[in-house]
Each structure stands twice: as structure tokens, then as C-alpha cells.
Design a protein around this ligand. Structure first.
Ligand code: ADP
Ligand code: 3PG
Ligand code: MG
Length: 408
């Protein structure tokens, strides 16, 4: 599947005033510094292209959830500084997103210059998808085109993902295009076997993702706290592990779909659950016990897949041509329980010709750190959390739907 929306390549941007929506919702640490600038770096190809074409660029973004009120904790000023460092130019920053101040600043802007507006979520109209607020942004900036490049936020119908497109002709930037192509090509891949690795916190967060993969993957490996829900459903006693309540009906449905597809005799080779687990008596533990499913003590909790499972999952992945991974195999924030995820990351990055895709915010955080310290490389690590999951699940994303269609 290709990308069926117009991009900045399909319009004439030369010397125009362009409003670019980015997702600069980056983690800020307690001293106010950006702890991971992936989303800023990911926006550079689009910005460099527009700079090369002598555009006057206005950037609009959100940071955090400031609830429709100005809050210095969520200012985009540090992001403007970091972007300036990465591009090697000074970024003008203005502490508002609508009104005369913006209009005047845009008038002073020269081709090849960038103006960044303050956090658009300082106004309640942003998350309310308020048409008047969107009109005010369009009028204040006077932009000729709107470029959507904030992939991480296109699953939201907000003023700067949806309503704005009624006022300014709207096309995609390169990051958005790259994300959609990478994720949708993987999910509908012709490169089989397609192995899905699913884990993370909750089944209930991921129902549509699991259902989609049950339909398209050749094999689904389940780890993380999600596996605990599956194991509990299959009658395994998991000691003191907290189990997500009321998921029986969901799992009935998932198993029914899966059995319809592969038959009851093949179900355990299709949805593959851990054969052992790593347990401890608290999540901050420094030591883990890797034990068979039958040997979990009553005071122990499951925080990772076991050693035999990590080995088994690698064997299951071996030979895959496409791998889609969402959800860590354990409580990977604690290094004691990052073992399972690390073993899989190492194995996957050593398969020479498999397309490997990472989706999901916490999974991407873990994998990015892992890659940094282990020199590993995946084909695509999505910059989107919820957006990547919605795309994998096959949902239509409002911020993409609203863009101009490619001319036939
Ligand atoms: P993503 O954001 O990538 O979609 P999730 O939010 O579903 O992923 O889940 C990731 C989180 O799940 C991890 O950061 C970890 O805290 C938690 N997790 C995974 N496995 C376990 C486990 N066995 N016990 C407790 N927490 C777990
Ligand atoms: C994200 O970080 O997932 C996006 O920036 C969207 O943020 P939100 O969940 O606050 O809408
Ligand atoms: Mg998460």
C-alpha cells in the first residue's frame, strides 16, 4: 500500500509561507532539559526541504497536556532552542499562536527563516477541534499551505490536525509519509513469514491491534504483562501477579478469531505464550528468578518472560521476513526485567533481511535506548505512540484523512 495523500513534493512551495504542524511532545526532565530529541530530529527532513525552497516557515506543535491554559512547564521554548542547534540557524519564538503578534512576526519573516509558535494546547480550542480557533490560526499566520508532519498526533481530531484543513490547503510532510508507508506496508506485508511480537501493559489497550494481527500475522508471540492476562485465561496460577480484570470475553473473541483462521490443533503454534517467566517479590527487585509456569510462589509476581521463553521466541522469529513489535516483554524500565526484551532486540537486529518495525511509545523508548548502547538497528522505530497503534490496527487517522488526496 502506498501513501494516497499529497505531500510537499506535490505542491509548489517555492517562496511560500508554510505552516508546519510537528509533534514536539518530547520528554522534558526535572531540570527542564529535553531528554530525548528523536521527534525533533525526525522533523528535520521536511524543514530542510522547505528551507531549501526558500519558504517562510511557521511551526506549530503541542507539548504535554496543559489543559487549555498557559503553563510555563509546557513551554516549547527549549524545543525551539534545540531545533535551532540541529539546523544551525536561529529560530524565532513567539509566546502565542493567534493574534496580531503572530501576524506581525510573520510579516518580518524572511525566506529561509523559521518562526515557532508557543504550545497550541495552551488554548482549549486545540483539543476541542474548535473551528473558530483553527480559523484564527490560519488568519494570523496567513499561511499559503498547511503541512501535517506531526505523525504522533494524527490520531487526534484537534484544531491543528483537523479543523485547520478547512482553511488552508493541507498536505503531508516527509515524516508522516514515511511513518504511514513503513507501518502500513509491514502490516499488509507481502514479505512472509510475518511475526508479531506483542507485549506491554494491557490487553485492553491493544484489542484492535491484536485482532488485526490475528488476521494478518503468521505467528503472534505474547509477552509482557499482556502474557499474564493470557496465561491466567489459560488457567495458569501466577502467584501475586496483578491480573487485568474482566478480560475473559475479549480473550474468548481473540481465540475464536484465531481458531477460525488456523484451526484448534494449531492454535498454540499461532498464539505463542511464554513457557516460563521471570519472577520477583517486588517490581524494584535487583534479582530475578526464571521459573517454569508451575513453580511461581504465592508471594511472587511475573515481571518478564523467562530464559527458556526468550530462547524459544528467538527460534520462532528466526526466518521471519517481517517483524512487527509492540509492547516490551517485561517491566523493562527495571534492567532486571529488561532481559527478555533485550534478547529479542539483539536477535531481531541480527536477522539480515527481515523488515523490523517498532510501534508504541514505551516500546520505542526502550528500543531507542537499547540501540544506543548496543549499536543495534531496526528498520523503522515509529515516533508515534497511540498513532502507530491505531495505524497498525488499521484505523483511519483523522489528521491523515483531512489532507488533500493525491491527484489520480
Ligand atoms: P507501548 O507504549 O509501547 O504501546 P505499553 O504501554 O503497552 O507499550 O506497555 C509498556 C509497559 O508495560 C512497559 O513500559 C512496562 O512498564 C509494562 N510492562 C510490560 N511487562 C510488564 C510486566 N510483566 N509487569 C509489569 N509491567 C510490565
Ligand atoms: C503522543 O505523545 O502520543 C502524542 O504527542 C499525542 O499526545 P496526547 O496523547 O497527549 O494526545
Ligand atoms: Mg505505553
Amino acid at each position: 500500500m502506498g501513501f494516497d495523500k499529497q505531500t510537499i513534493r506535490d505542491i509548489s512551495v517555492d517562496n511560500k509561507t508554510i505552516l508546519v504542524r510537528t509533534d514536539y511532545n518530547v520528554p522534558i526532565n526535572s531540570s527542564g532539559a529535553i531528554s530525548d530529541d528523536l521527534r525533533i530530529r525526525a522533523s528535520l527532513p521536511t524543514l530542510k526541504y522547505l528551507l531549501k525552497h526558500n519558504c517562510k516557515i511557521i511551526i506549530i506543535s503541542h507539548l504535554g497536556r496543559p489543559d487549555g491554559k498557559p503553563n510555563p512547564k509546557y513551554t516549547l521554548l527549549p524545543v525551539a532552542k534545540r531545533l535551532g542547534e540541529l539546523l544551525g540557524i536561529k529560530i524565532d519564538f513567539i509566546s502565542d499562536c493567534i493574534g496580531d503578534k503572530i501576524t506581525n512576526a510573520v510579516k518580518k519573516l524572511k525566506p529561509g527563516q523559521i518562526l515557532m509558535l508557543e504550545n497550541v494546547r495552551f488554548y482549549p480550542g486545540e483539543t476541542a477541534n474548535d473551528i473558530n480557533f483553527a480559523r484564527a490560526i490560519a488568519d494570523s499566520t496567513g499561511a499559503r499551505y498547511f503541512v501535517q508532519d506531526g505523525f504522533g498526533v494524527v490520531h487526534r481530531a484537534h484544531a491543528t490536525t483537523s479543523a485547520i484543513t478547512h482553511f488552508i490547503p493541507s498536505v503531508a510532510g516527509f515524516l508522516l509519509e514515511k511513518e504511514v508507508i513503513a507501518l502500513s506496508e509491514a502490516i499488509d506485508s507481502e514479505k512472509h513469514p510475518l511475526v508479531a511480537v506483542l507485549g506491554g501493559a494491557k490487553v485492553s489497550d491493544k484489542i484492535s491491534v491484536i485482532e488485526k494481527l490475528v488476521k494478518s500475522a503468521d505467528k503472534i508471540l505474547i509477552g509482557g504483562a499482556m502474557a499474564n492476562t493470557f496465561l491466567n485465561y489459560r488457567g495458569i496460577n501466577l502467584g501475586s501477579t496483578k491480573i487485568e480484570p474482566n478480560e475473559e470475553k475479549t480473550l474468548d473473541k481473540i481465540y475464536k478469531l484465531a481458531i477460525d483462521r488456523v484451526g484448534i490443533d494449531n492454535i498454540d503454534e499461532f498464539i505463542i505464550l511464554p513457557i516460563d517467566v521471570a519472577v520477583a517479590t517486588n517490581p524494584g527487585a535487583f534479582r530475578r528468578r526464571s521459573v517454569p509456569l508451575q513453580s511461581i510462589n504465592m508471594d511472587e509476581m511475573v515481571f518478564d518472560i523467562g530464559d527458556a521463553t526468550a530462547y524459544k521466541f528467538c527460534k520462532e522469529i528466526d526466518g521471519a521476513k517481517t517483524i512487527i513489535w509492540n509492547g516490551t516483554m517485561g517491566l523493562a524500565e527495571n534492567p532486571t526485567f529488561s532481559y527478555g526484551s533485550s534478547v529479542l532486540a539483539k536477535f531481531i537486529t541480527n536477522i539480515p533481511d527481515a523488515v523490523s518495525i517498532i510501534g508504541g511509545g514505551d516500546t520505542a523508548d526502550f528500543i531507542l535506548k537499547w540501540c544506543k548502547y548496543n549499536n543495534g538497528k531496526f528498520h523503522h522505530i515509529s515516533t508515534g505512540g497511540g498513532a502507530s497503534l491505531d495505524l497498525i490496527a488499521g484505523r483511519k487517522l483523522p489528521g491523515i484523512e483531512a489532507l488533500l488526496a493525491l491527484k489520480k
